[in-house]
Design a protein around this ligand. Structure first.
Ligand code: BGC
Length: 417
């Protein structure tokens, strides 16, 4: 039998974020939801009516309740039950967030109960033999921090650094893998570039300032953690897009090249000396025209209307490895697929592409699917279903999707090979 290309301890896991699943979070995002739910519901036809699944999602998407995270999927209280699901699915790693607004609800005041919660949470994962992958920032922030200007103010980076130092003191003995920032590019682009997301502060100047301050935030977080735990593996997880020219037109090529540089490399180039691994989040492929706009094939689409080309992760894995020579963890990859029609296909294509890359020497340490559970999909709310496990929010009942059962057997084959 062929020798396995999987190194010992390869991370087979799933990713989540605190605000999207915990329930009962109070942060800048939850406040924004309350102020904007009605508007989002009213705009739903404009945003989604072109989707083939519109008749199916219409009543939910036009209901303001869809846009409120509220009690989430009660993961804060049901985490033990959710970890059992991980075990059942043969997963050995779990990416989760520590909610900053819970542990530091007021500036400089630490909530000991919340910290103790995360200590027990991580200890439970460890006891179950699941590698905890701790994520420090996934867009949600304490209201007091945002009232002071959030990451638009350079001096505020110190607050984030202090939070990270505190978490490293309190939780550092229990974790090896830490992610400082999730998708700083997406947050900056939508919060300040297009102004569609909180804080809806559309400004080119602010976009540049925030992006620069997030570079500083990463560097200082990396240092703060490594000072106490030099052996820890501290990375960041930007969103990666595979941008390609639609044709041979030199302008289309230029557009794709620029999109790749700005989206995929600009941030990482600046932090590459303060990085132990690259976290790679992948969903999108874009074909650029000479007009500098994407024009993608009409199918296949996921439920959100995103064009799907899972194999396009391949070139990104190769280029990331060549550029940084750092281990890569696929920290997110997935799709909104309520009927579970494409998930098995998406994962099959992704695993084959990942295995090809590994065979060619790309150092990949793990695959973490987005997401373990159906969750709150930011400005789209509750209707998009990204979970390996479906959640009924009325009863909070979890139901494993067929693709997840299949994925579990695929993992088992690979582990025992
Ligand atoms: C984010 C997740 C989000 C997922 C699907 C990623 O960009 O990190 O929070 O749920 O995409 O949209």
């Amino acid at each position: 039998m062929k020798r396995s290309i999987y190194p010992k301890g390869f991370l087979w896991g799933a990713s989540t974020s605190s605000h999207q699943i915990e329930g009962g979070t109070h942060n800048q995002w939850s406040e924004w939801e309350l102020a904007n739910a009605k508007r989002l519901a009213k705009n739903a036809p404009k945003k989604y009516a072109h989707l083939p699944n519109w008749p199916e999602i219409k009543s939910q998407a036009t209901d303001p309740a869809n846009y409120i995270s509220g009690n989430g999927i009660d993961h804060y209280n049901r985490y033990r039950e959710d970890f059992v699901l991980l075990k059942d699915l043969n997963l050995n790693a779990f990416r989760f967030g520590v909610e900053w607004s819970r542990v530091e609800p007021q500036e400089g005041q630490w909530d000991e109960n919340a910290i103790q919660h995360y200590r027990e949470y991580i200890a439970t994962l460890r006891k179950m033999g699941i590698e905890p992958i701790l994520n420090l920032w996934h867009w949600a922030m304490p209201v007091w921090f945002c009232d002071r200007g959030g990451f638009a103010k350079r001096r505020n980076v110190t607050y984030f650094e202090r939070f990270v130092a505190k978490m490293s003191e309190e939780l550092g003995t229990q974790v090896t893998y830490v992610i400082t920032l999730n998708e700083p590019n997406v947050y900056t682009a939508f919060g300040y570039g297009t102004g569609d997301w909180p804080p809806q502060d559309k400004s080119l100047l602010k976009t540049l300032l925030v992006y620069g301050n997030l570079v500083r935030a990463h560097k200082r977080a990396h240092k703060a953690w490594k000072v106490q735990w030099p052996q820890a593996q501290v990375g960041a997880a930007p969103n990666f897009g595979n941008s390609k020219p639609l044709n041979r037109n030199p302008l289309a090529r230029l557009a794709a090249g620029l999109a790749n540089y700005i989206w995929d490399w600009w941030f990482l180039d600046r932090i590459k000396h303060q990085l132990d691994f690259v976290g790679l989040n992948f969903y999108h492929t874009n074909y650029y025209t000479a007009r500098f706009t994407p024009l993608n094939p009409p199918t296949p689409l996921n439920d959100l209307g995103w064009y799907m080309e899972p194999r396009a992760i391949g070139p990104l894995l190769h280029k990331t490895w060549r550029r940084y020579k750092l281990p890569i963890i696929i920290t997110e990859s997935g799709l909104a697929d309520a009927h579970d029609a494409h998930r098995e296909w998406w994962i099959t294509e992704t695993l084959q592409t990942m295995e090809n890359a590994m065979q060619k020497g790309v150092n990949i340490r793990g695959y973490l699917h987005w997401s373990l559970l159906d969750n709150f999909e930011w400005t789209d709310g509750w209707w998009p279903k990204f979970g390996l496990v479906a959640v009924d929010r009325g009863t909070m009942k979890r139901t494993v999707r067929p693709s997840a059962r299949w994925f579990a057997t695929e993992i088992k084959k690979r582990i025992s090979r």
